[in-house]
Design a protein around this ligand. Sequence first.
Ligand code: GDR
Length: 356
Amino acid sequence: MAKKIIITGVSGQDGSYMADFILNNTDLDVFGMVRRASKPDYSNLKNALKSSRFKLVTGDLSDSQSIENLVREINPDYFINLAAQSFVGASWQIPEQTFDVTAVGVLRCLEAIRKFSPKCRFYSAGSSEEMGDVTYSPQDLNHPIRPRSPYGAAKAAARHLTKVYKESYNLYAVHSILYNHESERRGEEFVTRKISKGVARILTSIKRDRAFKPIELGNVDAKRDWSHAKDFVRGIWIMMNQEKAKEYLLSSNETHSIREFVEKAFLCAGISGLWHGEREGEEFSISQSYGNAVNPSSSVLVKINPEFYRPAEVALLHGDSSLARKELGWQPEISFDKLVELMVLSDIDEAQKSEE
Ligand code: GDR
């Protein structure tokens, strides 16, 4: 009989890439957990839904009964938890829900596995947001936990819970620290996708000689360590198939500012820009001419909007994934430049299709 895996958050970026990876590289049956929704969006599951080995199941991390039922009925060999309230910015507005889903949700999964499927291997996606207010760079697994948001605190709690359950009940339970990971499937609330979508929208307007509104961003000086999500799901699967469960950290080992992402993203669309002004008055504007196509009043590409500042910011994240590279033989295959290009070109393609 084929082995079975439950993937939570399967319609999201990471969950859908994980489902694709498992379907393409193993013969496991995949049970993708989704919440009940009146207007479900399965656009990331176009590939997975074509497979007879893929099945959608309904469950909710905030409902222990639903998790227990799934674990009892499916009796999975692997349980990969990629569901969370994953938007850091929203975690100040909905702190209880963030903690309930992101931290207590992990506890509910661990309890279900302990009770009904103790041989099942469990994965909890951790975050560089646990490092928070960093004390050194690049950060490794020894870096102190110093979260700066309700989200970061919830992920830190999930990390402790996973360790406690692993040690108390001898479970194969792994919580790994994941630095930022993006893709063409990234949610539009995250800064990289907000930029790539914005670039595509602006390029379409320029080409059609239409005025456009700039992309509005918060702190463009924050630095992040960005990888492609596809590289991370491969790393997670390697972690899940070791002799012993162990914590690892996945990162690109590079750090880039939001500012740099903006510049590269516009260049991918053939638009070069210049930063000018200061603080809240800062803008990024077109620095080359497009003949008569550009209305001068529409030449601002990006402007700062303090509405997008966070109550507490993580200024710098820069990971050191040398342990995972050495012990798991893992390394990212998609560079930062390639990531930006893939995202921008995909959004340009989509924008063109919707114009047709
Ligand atoms: P992050 O991702 O908080 O690092 O968490 P996000 O893309 O939201 O922010 C990255 C940085 O960009 C700055 N920023 C903006 N962010 C958003 N979303 N929108 C803006 O307009 C904007 N302007 C500037 C932010 O202040 C921040 O510094 C991601 C999530 O995927 C988490 O779930 C995951 O755990 C971590 O990465 C690793």
